[in-house]
Design a binder for this molecule. Sequence first.
Ligand code: ADE
Ligand code: ZN
Length: 318
Amino acid sequence: MKSVKKVELHLHVEGAAPPGLIRALAAEKHQDLGGIFDERGGYSYKGFKDFLRVYEAACSVLTTPRDYARLVSDVLAECAEQGAIHVELFVSPEFCGGADLSAWRDYLAAMEEVAGVAERQGISSRAVLTAIRHLGPDRARKTALCAAETMGPWVAGFGIGGGEDAGELPDFAWSFDCAREAGLGLTAHAGEWRGPESIRDALALGVTRIGHGIRAVEDPQLVRDLAERGITLEICPGSNVALGIVPSWSAHPIARLADAGVRVTVSTDDPPFFRTSLSHEYQRLADAFGWAEAEFRQMNLWAVDAAFCDETTKTRLR
Ligand code: ADE
Ligand code: ZN
């Protein structure tokens, strides 16, 4: 599946950090990360809460713009290896100096430089600045301000991830309004851990894409609305299986949503945490649902339509 040209809309840059890079940075900085790795060197956690703990521990070694430049460079190289031609990287300014605007500008400059190098080598990317829901609405505003102030060729979107059980999405309306007024594309994690109401709350914020959104399948009217409005789901099947939201690949709702006319796309979320890769996701979907080139081509066209990049880039991607 590596040869299929892919567009990935939902990849957390911190969650894509190779364990080897995190270990190397920890060693260079003499930082003890505790027991976040298993005996084979991969990330080790039990359940979503623990996943978030290990994720944040891994991020604690990413302390400088140079660290983020190394990270983005490694992540985009791996994406290209997987056959990706465009990736929308979810970046959380909270991990880049606490979403302080002046610190964020330094991190951004370092990332933009390596993203430019990768783009010249054939893989384009954009950043979707991602607030962390369990840190609350006030902290999310800081991320929205970073996004609004640095919107530009690379910073193209604003979104929210983290614990979906924390607070209510309408409490984050100020941040989404701020980002929309600045001209950013909007997405939100919803319908991953919580049901259809959570997806409706995300739609009310004005998003055009939903991170995961798979629990829409529980509400036929919502499925029809998503299909009619052309809302794109950034589906990460391996993430959902690894975190136990869905019991198996063959039980994943992605096929039912696609059959109902919803614009489904395929992403990896946090690949090393879920022992997956973009090609692996495609292969598992092909095995589970008999999908082949034509189905994947359609999904990638939907991904291009929903991407937050400019029209010139979209034309190249099609
Ligand atoms: N941040 C990184 N991965 C996530 C996920 N699967 N859900 C919510 N927030 C996340
Ligand atoms: Zn995610």
